[in-house]
Design a protein around this ligand. Structure first.
Ligand code: OGA
Ligand code: ZN
Ligand code: ZN
Length: 369
């Protein structure tokens, strides 16, 4: 045991992580003190080797000025201390750093998919399918029963339905009086849904009930990959798209929704974390002329990259297919179709926190089994 493990971390960090039952409620593991309740001028008074709560090796610290005693497991310090392995992979799992970026050719023959029966009966299949949503941004579930509202049951296998002004679910079919181009036979170019909401729904599901129309084929594009390509080729344009807030809006007889976010959202280290792109709902931008100039040039470049042949995965949804995808990363599209033909999808939104939690619990329980 090297003493630097215990002398290296800054005192406030170490004390904030005291595992004793005065500092943490033993039932919930939650902290019991406020940061302001720690004494000013906190410092390690004395240190000695002592067994940790789990019986393994550890360090006991007696604090100045209050004499509080903390015992830290050596293994915990190795894993979590400054410059430890957790530090090196620090990231929340949502940025490009933790994703497998893809172009259509990369997925040749390995489009992530799972049959509904296997998905519902096997934890392993379910874990793999959900992991595909996390790493690749989507999974295609096959042979999902073609029942009305079934898409809600699919969402509930991993999370919670996000109800919106469109209801618990939305019908994607030709309507007599559409409030959205999606409800016509028009082509829909690659986009993310509902960019006019903040927070945006982080997951979308589309369940195909019928697809007999000519046309109406589907497409998916990895927006993180396109953003990374833009950064490589035109770093200035990338920077503009991370900086300029874009006004998105949607209004119909019953609602008026609006959000101001950049097309490319990055984390504090500059890594791509969210893409919003929707030509239908981008609104009038209110910015100085010079900003509008650079924004439109960059927007167009990004749009061109998103349309680049080879990036987009083309496929056709068959009845029973349900695609689950990350709406903060993947763009989805469909080709035009004959309005006289029968095409009917049911869609819903959900959020990725629920999916990540379900996956983490599956893994935790799997590791215990
Ligand atoms: C949508 C949409 C795609 C399709 O409803 O958001 O993009 O395949 N639909 O109809
Ligand atoms: Zn304590
Ligand atoms: Zn859409």
């Amino acid at each position: 045991m090297s003493p630097t493990a215990i002398t290296r971390p800054p005192a406030p960090w170490l004390r904030d992580n005291c595992p004793c039952t005065e500092c943490r409620d033993p039932r919930t593991g939650q902290k019991l003190f406020q940061i302001t309740e720690l004494p000013a001028g906190l410092a390690v008074g004395s240190v000695r080797e002592a067994p940790a709560a789990d019986g393994g090796p550890g360090w006991e610290v007696v604090w100045r000025p209050d004499g509080h005693r903390s015992v830290y497991a050596a293994g915990w310090l190795d894993a979590h201390g400054p410059d430890g392995p957790a530090y090196r992979r620090a990231g929340d799992g949502r940025t490009e750093a933790d994703k497998d970026l893809w172009a259509a050719a990369d997925l040749d023959g390995r489009v992530p998919e799972a049959g509904w029966d296997a998905y519902t009966s096997s934890r392993e299949v379910r874990g793999r399918a959900l992991d595909s949503v996390v790493r690749l941004g989507f999974v295609l579930l096959r042979d999902v029963p073609c029942r009305d509202r079934m898409v809600l049951d699919v969402a509930r296998t991993f999370g919670f339905v996000r109800e919106t002004n469109y209801g618990e679910l939305f019908e994607v079919r030709v309507e007599a009086d559409p409030n959205n181009l999606a409800f016509t036979g028009a082509r829909i170019t690659p986009h993310t849904d509902n960019p006019y909401r903040d927070p945006v729904p982080t997951l979308q599901l589309l369940h195909c009930l019928r697809n007999e129309a000519r046309g109406g084929d589907s497409g998916l594009v990895d927006g993180f990959h396109a953003a990374a390509l833009l950064r490589e080729r035109e770093p200035g344009a990338f920077e503009v798209l991370t900086r300029v807030p874009v006004e998105f809006a949607f209004a119909d007889a019953r609602c008026e929704l609006r959000a101001h976010r950049p097309l490319i959202g990055v984390d504090p280290l500059g890594r791509v974390r969210e893409v919003r792109f929707n030509n239908r709902s981008i609104s009038t931008l209110h910015q100085p002329a010079s900003v509008l100039e650079e924004f439109y040039a960059a927007y167009r470049l990004f749009g061109e990259l998103l349309e680049r042949p080879g990036l987009r995965l083309d496929f056709r949804l068959a009845p029973g297919d349900c695609v689950v995808f990350d709406n903060t990363r993947l763009l989805h599209a469909r080709t035009a179709f004959a309005e006289s033909g029968g095409r009917h999808l049911q869609g819903t939104y959900a959020d990725i926190d629920g999916l990540l939690s379900t996956l983490a619990v599956l893994r935790r329980d799997g590791a215990r089994a």
